[in-house]
Write a protein that binds this ligand. Sequence first.
Ligand code: NAD
Ligand code: UDX
Length: 478
Amino acid sequence: SKKKLYIACIGAGYVGGPTMSVIAKHCPEIDVEVVDVNKDRINAWNDSNLDNLPVYEPGLKEVIQKARGRNLFFTTDVKGAIERADIIFISVNTPTKVYGEGKGMAADLKYVELCTRQIAKYSNGDKIVVEKSTLPVRTAESIRRILEAEDSKHSFTVLSNPEFLAEGTAIDDLENADRVLIGSDETPFGLSALEKISSIYEHWLPKERVLKTNVWSSELSKLTANAMLAQRVSSINAISALCEQTGADVAEISHAIGMDSRIGSKFLNASVGFGGSCFQKDILNLTYLCRYFNLPEVAEYWEQVVKMNDYQKNRFANNIIKTLFNTVSGKKISFLGWAFKKDTNDTRESAAIYVADKLLQDRAEIHVYDPKVNSEQVIQDLLYLQKYRFVNNHDFESLPEEEVRDLVKVYNDPYSALKDAHAIAILTEWDEFKSYNWQEIYDNMHKPAFVFDGRNILTRTMMSKIGFKYQGIGSAEL
Ligand code: NAD
Ligand code: UDX
């Protein structure tokens, strides 16, 4: 009989967890071990109460329930998992560097290098190493050199297989992927590894959706995809500013241009600004690479996408201050939403953090409700931004922790968060916000009752009828 295939995945985060769960679900004959150095995270993945999983994604619980303990395992045993594995996915975090050379721009590859060295140290046979993390183009070369230098006894094949899932729709994106991309070199080892990885995905995806390229194209496709997606958001956000000055409505423009099949209708929602752990980080990474390869014009072109996003977040916060008679000091500003988009508990780089930070400079009281984000997360996000604000080049003052804790309150119930507010700011497009009793909310607010809808989820007619002073993104009553 055929030898059983073993997969290890290093990094049990938003990518490693859901991706490996879906692989395990569809490949019952393969054993999948997801390892992490973070014990709390692994414990949460193993929690018998599926509401305590560390990642919230619609449909994730059901997949975990099916595969966990059968052929899907979460563990902190890095050594054992590497020993057992034929294929090792690297799915660790690759954040923007916050120190030294390339600070605020380059990808911090220390976690990738660390786990590469662990692979070399614990390998007891030949291994296929797969880059699942998003990495600068040519990282596979560095990984291969480290592996070969540290362990000359075994042979290693390094492939690139970037992940394209979006948070909030991760399970659906994995189950029905538009495509899976695998990059390998053209050696016999490379091509045989490519077939192995491809056959995993072919358990549930049609063969034609598995794209095979060279390693460098695969690595760079991931950065390019995110840069192009973010660029669409920044482009429509740029137009939203012009709409507010002219009486054009950005939603009507998105609809009109989106019907052009060359442009397409997706990713044209004007907003308070994009967030998430990927877009900004990956564009800064791309920008840094271009400068490294002495292509300053190309670097500047992409950097502008991030600058426009900073502008949009700032513009939203400044507009709140201006509209509230130029002062928010001591006023209660209630935030609906803190996550960077709906249907996720992830808050990394959420626009809400930047808007709150800006309003805190003016000593506003921020009262937050988000269906999936807890109080400590909100505070930690603000303190983290204060510490590393240089990444966005803001010349802001940092408040002492006690003052942040004093000015920011987080609620488990939306109506308490909104009571006695001077203004409401909608930062995330959670569906439940649309069905609130807006009349009751209006009755319990200070007047004029301002609503700043950073996601355009409510309608001006309905809100104005109740009596709100309503402002969406990219439309204004002139
Ligand atoms: P994450 O921070 O949620 O998870 C990474 C995990 O790796 C952490 O739990 C950390 O403890 C663990 N880790 C770090 N070093 C380790 C080591 N040496 N040994 C064992 N565990 C280690 O990150 P994420 O959001 O899952 O992203 C992972 C990668 O995937 C990044 O490169 C990211 O750019 C990319 N990516 C993310 C998304 C997304 O939507 N989040 C989508 C596509 C690609
Ligand atoms: C993104 C990519 O979509 C995904 O392919 C990649 O693997 C990881 O990065 P993610 O960041 O999880 O996924 O979510 P995404 O849906 O892309 O949204 C990113 C941000 O852009 C969110 O803050 C979202 O609210 C914002 N956005 C998106 C807009 O403001 N307008 C839009 O039209 C679309």
